[in-house]
Design a protein around this ligand. Structure first.
Ligand code: CO8
Length: 304
C-alpha cells in the first residue's frame, strides 16, 4: 500500500513542467575535480541550472548558477522544477546533490525584486513556483543532499532543509537561517513546518521570531546542518555521503521518508490556493512593500 503511494507520487511528479530530456553530452557541466573524474553519460544544460547526471552511480549534481547570488526568480524556479522533475522521472537517477557555482553563496533566497512593485497576478504566479519548488524537493523520492558551499538565507535555507542531509562549508563568514522577520515579512506556515521538522519547535520559535541567521558552527549545534567540512571538500563529502544513503534499499528508504514528510506536504497541497491568496494580499500591502524597498536599499548601501 505504502509502496504504491510512493510509486503514485512518482507519477504525479510528471506534472505540467515535465519535458523529456534530450540530454546532450556536449552540455556545459559544473566543472569540479570530483565531477571531472566521473563518467558523464547524461548531462543537460540551461542558463541558470547545470545538471550533471552520472548514470554509473545514479547520482545527479545540480549546480545553481544564477549570478550574482542564486536568488530564486520565477525563471530560475521554473528551470529548477523542470530539472528536478526530469531526474525524478528517470528511474536510473537515485540521488540528487544540490550545490552552487556562485562564490560564497549557496542561494540568497527568494528574489526580492519578484516581490517588489509587481502586480498581484505576477506575485501569484511567482508564489505558485515557490510552492512547486518546495513540493518537488521535499516530496522527492530520490536521496537529496545539500552541499552548502556559501551563505543560505531565507528561501536558500528552505531549499537546503528540503534535502535529506546538509553539508556546509566551515567558513564563519557564511550564514544560514530563516531571516524573514528582518525584512518585515513572515515565513509562511510550510517554511515554519519544514524548520520545525528539522530542528524542533522551541528552536524554530526563537529563530523565526528573531529572524536568526546562524554561522556554520551554530547551525551544526542546533541541527540545521548535519556536517561541516572545509570549503574545498563540500562536494566530495556530499558524494561520499550519498554512497552511504544509496546503500539502503530505495523502496524502504523512500517509504520511510514519505511517512515522515507526508503530513507536512499534505497541509500545503490542501491549502495551496489559499496560501497563494494570502501571500498576494500580504506582499502587495503598502507597508510590506515599504519594508521590502528599505531592505533592498540597505543591501545596496551595505555594498557601497
Ligand atoms: N533578491 C534579489 N537580489 C538580491 C538578493 C535577493 N534575495 N540578495 C542579494 N541581492 C542582490 C544585491 O542587492 C546585490 O545587487 P547589486 O549588485 O545590484 O547591488 C547583489 O545581489 C549582490 O549582493 P551582495 O553584494 O549583498 O552579495 P554578497 O556576496 O556580499 O552577500 C548574501 C550575499 C549574503 C546572500 C547577501 O546578498 C544577502 O544577505 N542577501 C539578502 C538575503 C535575504 O535576506 N534574502 C531574503 C529573501 S526573502 C525569502 O527568501 C523568503 C520570503 C518569504 C516570503 C513570505 C511572505 C508571506
Amino acid at each position: 500500500m505504502a509502496l504504491r503511494a510512493v510509486l503514485r507520487n512518482k507519477c504525479v511528479l510528471s506534472g505540467l513542467l515535465y519535458q523529456r530530456s534530450s540530454c546532450s553530452s556536449h552540455g556545459r557541466v559544473c566543472a569540479t575535480p570530483v565531477l571531472a573524474a566521473q563518467q558523464r553519460n547524461n548531462s543537460s544544460s540551461s542558463p541558470k541550472i547545470d545538471v550533471n547526471f552520472d548514470q554509473s552511480t545514479g547520482v545527479a549534481v545540480m549546480c545553481l548558477q544564477n549570478p550574482p547570488v542564486n536568488s530564486l526568480s520565477l525563471d530560475f524556479l521554473t528551470e529548477l522544477c523542470i530539472g528536478v522533475e526530469k531526474l525524478e522521472m528517470d528511474k536510473s537517477c537515485r540521488g540528487l546533490i544540490l550545490t552552487s557555482s556562485q562564490p560564497k553563496v549557496f542561494s540568497a533566497g527568494l528574489d526580492i525584486t519578484e516581490m517588489y512593485g509587481k502586480s498581484p497576478e505576477r506575485c501569484g504566479e511567482f508564489w505558485r513556483a515557490v510552492q512547486e519548488m518546495w513540493l518537488k524537493l521535499y516530496g522527492s523520492n530520490m536521496v537529496t543532499i545539500a552541499a552548502i558551499n556559501g551563505s543560505s538565507p531565507a528561501g536558500g535555507c528552505l531549499m537546503s532543509m528540503t534535502c535529506d542531509y546538509r553539508i556546509m562549508a566551515d567558513n564563519p563568514r557564511y550564514s544560514i537561517g530563516l531571516n524573514e522577520t528582518q525584512l518585515g515579512i513572515v515565513a509562511p506556515f510550510w517554511f515554519k513546518d519544514t524548520m520545525t521538522n528539522t530542528v524542533g519547535q522551541r528552536t524554530t520559535e526563537v529563530a523565526l521570531q528573531l529572524g536568526l541567521l546562524y554561522n556554520p558552527t551554530e547551525a551544526l549545534k542546533i541541527g540545521l546542518v548535519d556536517q561541516l567540512v572545509p570549503e574545498d571538500q563540500v562536494l566530495a563529502t556530499a558524494t561520499q555521503t550519498m554512497t552511504k544513503w544509496l546503500a539502503i534499499p530505495d523502496h524502504a528508504r523512500a517509504i520511510t521518508k514519505s511517512m515522515m514528510r507526508k503530513p507536512t506536504i499534505d497541509k500545503l497541497t490542501s491549502n495551496r490556493e489559499a496560501d497563494i491568496q494570502y501571500f498576494v494580499n500580504f506582499i502587495t500591502k503598502d507597508s510590506i512593500q515599504k519594508s521590502l524597498g528599505m531592505y533592498m536599499a540597505m543591501l545596496k548601501k551595505r555594498k557601497a
